[in-house]
Ligand binder design. Structure first.
Ligand SMILES: Nc1nc2c(ncn2[C@@H]2O[C@H](COP(=O)(O)OP(=O)(O)OP(=O)(O)O)[C@@H](O)[C@H]2O)c(=O)[nH]1
Ligand SMILES: [Mg+2]
Length: 188
């Protein structure tokens, strides 16, 4: 079974994405940071993938999605408010055991320094496949979207997916990438 962990600072939309991928409400979402308090929320389900996107060699669309508590305060160099030092470490261990990681950034706040550091550790030390998504692009001016894409590409050394879970722009691109990485993880 392929484990996909959704990580990011508080309030970026991790739980909203988990619900969208599974097509049901499995995780609570709120406009206030620190909503996911259970630290780690696992939900098993089949991600609805359009037939045209499926790889003919296998359907790695049954995934365990792991919603996580926000690792950092969106604006400060502080741990997420529901995380003690011990819980923070517990969460890092869970993330390190995932097959695929979705690193989610809020378009309004940009890349968090703590998440930038963690991204590089997960990518280069743990060799995890990571999908970078910049969520809530519906909340920033159109001309800022490309600017942000370039900044994040430079700092994380990979192309981000520009996403909105309100308009669903970028959602298919995310599904495609998820299928690709999930199948890649399955082979190894
Ligand atoms: N405008 C807009 N709002 C969004 C989008 N995605 C999520 N939201 C809203 O952002 C708020 C936070 O979403 P959550 O999914 O609870 O965020 P989270 O990352 O799980 O937050 P924590 O559990 O607190 O870390 C909610 O009010 C969502 O409805 C988006 O693409 N655009
Ligand atoms: Mg949450």
């Amino acid at each position: 079974m392929i484990k996909v962990a959704i990580i990011g600072a508080e309030n970026v939309g991790k739980s909203t994405l988990m619900n969208a991928l599974l097509g049901k409400k499995v995780s609570e979402t709120q406009p206030i940071p620190g909503t996911t308090k259970g630290i780690i929320k696992r939900a098993f389900g089949t991600v609805k993938i359009p037939k045209t996107m499926k790889n003919p060699f296998g359907g790695a669309d049954e995934l365990v999605l792991i919603d996580t508590a926000g690792l950092y305060d969106p604006q400060y160099e502080l741990r997420g408010k529901v995380l003690s030092e011990e819980k923070f470490k517990e969460l890092l261990n869970e993330i390190a055991s995932a097959d695929v990681i979705i690193n989610m950034i809020d378009a309004q706040y940009g890349l968090h320094r703590g998440m930038e550091k963690l991204h590089h550790i997960l990518k280069f030390r743990y060799e995890k496949p990571i999908i970078v998504v910049v969520n809530k692009i519906d909340l920033i001016p159109k001309e800022k979207v490309e600017e942000l894409r370039e900044i994040i590409k430079k700092r994380l050394e990979q192309e981000p997916i520009m996403l909105s879970l309100v308009t669903y722009e970028g959602f298919n691109e995310l599904l495609e990438k998820l299928v690709y990485y999930a199948q890649y993880a399955k082979k190894s």
